[in-house]
Write a new protein. Structure first.
Length: 216
């Protein structure tokens, strides 16, 4: 099973990915997480770190050639043999076309579009906190940890992403509309786009996605 999650920034890709990879036993490939690891120096390889950080902090997309190369390399790892979940890739029609051409043996079964109203996204993003150790995602408004700013699972102090400031979030939403939304018709034309109501609770969204997958 090869799946891609398509959603605006804060649309719930990371949150649903955590659940889906466990339920389906497939690899999680988040290009955003990979870039954050590259910036931290914990992802092996030679990368233009300053260039990547500059794009991310401005809320802009990292150039297609860099993203596609890293994603294709990651897809060759052993853990992807049972299938994979793409979280945040592709993000432009050009990335999708390059992926279709260069990874023709790794066809996507579904592209799941999480449809979310824009008003709620700002609160989701500025309220997001995550655990630097296990990666668990919280939200101070919707899904807070039991103890203020501390991970429920391992007691680490939660962090806020540097691109979750209101200025960068506004830019990321603008870039999504311009660069990423054309992918909706790209995958609709291929007959693999499935729409899910992303405004429901985390559990309900997960249930809807699983229904789509199980109906295959
Ligand atoms: P990336 O990390 O992919 O960021 P993004 O797409 O902007 O998405 P987010 O991670 O912000 O949101 P999400 O949809 O995962 O939501 P989450 O589940 O965390 O990319 C970062 C940057 O890297 C990009 O800006 C770009 O520079 C670069 N990049 C990455 N991929 C690239 C590519 N392919 N090409 C070029 N550049 C690329 O949820 C958000 C919050 O909402 C959380 O607090 C969560 O608890 C809460 N929440 C989730 N679901 C619900 C719900 N149902 N109800 C209420 N709250 C909810």
């Amino acid at each position: 099973m090869n799946i891609a999650l398509l959603a605006p920034p804060g649309g719930g890709k990371g949150t649903q990915s955590e659940r889906l990879i466990k339920a389906l036993n497939i690899a999680h490939i988040s290009t955003g997480d990979i870039f954050r690891s590259i910036v931290k120096g914990t992802y092996k390889g030679a990368f233009p770190v300053d260039e990547i950080l500059n794009y991310m902090n401005k809320g802009l997309l990292v150039p297609d050639d860099i993203v596609v190369k890293i994603t294709l390399e990651r897809l060759n790892a052993d853990d992807c043999k049972n299938g994979f979940l793409l979280d945040g890739f592709p993000r432009t029609v050009n990335q999708a076309e390059m992926f279709d051409k260069l990874a023709s043996d790794k066809k996507l079964d579904f592209v799941i579009l999480l449809e979310v109203n824009e008003e709620g996204l700002i609160k989701r993003l500025t309220g997001r906190r995550s655990c630097p150790k296990c990666g668990k995602i919280y939200n101070i408004y919707y899904t807070p940890p039991k103890k203020n700013n501390v991970c429920d699972d391992d007691g680490e102090t939660l962090i806020m992403r540097s691109d979750d400031s209101i200025e960068t979030v506004t830019k990321r939403l603008e870039v999504y509309k311009k660069e990423t939304m054309p992918l909706v018709s790209y995958y609709e034309n291929k007959g693999i786009l499935k729409r899910v109501d992303g405004d429901k609770s985390v559990e309900e969204v997960f249930k809807q996605i699983m229904e789509v997958i199980e109906a295959k």
